[in-house]
Design a protein. Structure first.
Length: 228
């Protein structure tokens, strides 16, 4: 509860400092403030404690022998607008609860639309290197060490959260291009390796591949040499 109250104080300060829009004040989309992430961890503190309290952790985010949740293993997860709207933590929708299991930046429902306004500490970093580092860990460390099928669901969720962070911050630079490219490749591999597995949805995976390509297309310069 203390973190919920502290988060609301932080939200009010961010609004007062002009770092984010007031969710209770209607504004034209072209005049909206672009959120800039400031969190320097793969999962913000608020979500770390919330997810641990809810026991909402993947096995890859815990050290089983010690039964602890190390900060270095927690990664932001994707959280849909519907999930954000239903997460109240005893507060209103405007205080509903980022990089761990569900992308749970604090959000507010805009008075004139369903547009979400996240706290600046929820999208991951100002310089975007941490988002790139997160994908390095997912694709090069965890996947290579544990296997594709075993980590598919986890990596799919977390890489989607990374893409969402770039989208929220309207980032289309070289790091964003590289990350979207890597995510698209992951979905292509998933369609190849997982398509005959029980519970796998080809349609949903194709949708995520298309979303990655849509995010990649407008910002990708020509020529572009993708990551090998």
């Amino acid at each position: 509860m203390q973190l919920v109250k502290a988060r609301e104080v932080e939200r009010k300060k961010a609004i007062a400092d002009g770092k984010m829009d007031d969710p209770l004040v209607a504004k034209r989309l072209e005049d909206a403030i672009t959120i800039v992430g400031t969190c320097q961890h793969m999962c913000p503190r608020f979500e770390r404690y919330r997810r641990e309290r809810e026991n909402n952790l993947f096995e890859w985010e815990t050290v089983r022998s010690l039964l602890i949740v190390p900060l270095t293993l927690l990664i932001v997860s994707f959280r849909s607008p519907e999930q954000n709207a239903s997460t109240t933590d005893g507060q209103s929708k405007c205080t509903s609860a980022l990089q761990a299991t569900r992308l749970s930046p604090q959000t507010c429902v805009h008075p004139s639309s369903s547009r979400k306004v996240p706290l600046s500490k929820s999208p991951i970093p100002t310089h975007f290197f941490l988002l790139q580092k997160t994908l390095d860990y997912l694709f090069h460390d965890l996947l290579g060490r544990t296997g594709f099928s075993q980590t598919y669901t986890f990596i799919r969720d977390r890489s989607r959260a990374v893409r969402n962070d770039f989208t929220m911050q309207h980032e289309s630079g070289q790091i964003a291009i590289e990350c979207h490219d890597r995510c698209a490749r992951f979905h292509i591999l998933a369609l190849h390796f997982e398509r005959d597995k029980p519970g796998f949805s080809v349609a949903l995976e194709e949708q995520q591949l298309m979303n990655s390509k849509i995010s990649l297309s407008p910002s990708c310069p020509v020529p572009y040499s993708p990551v090998n």
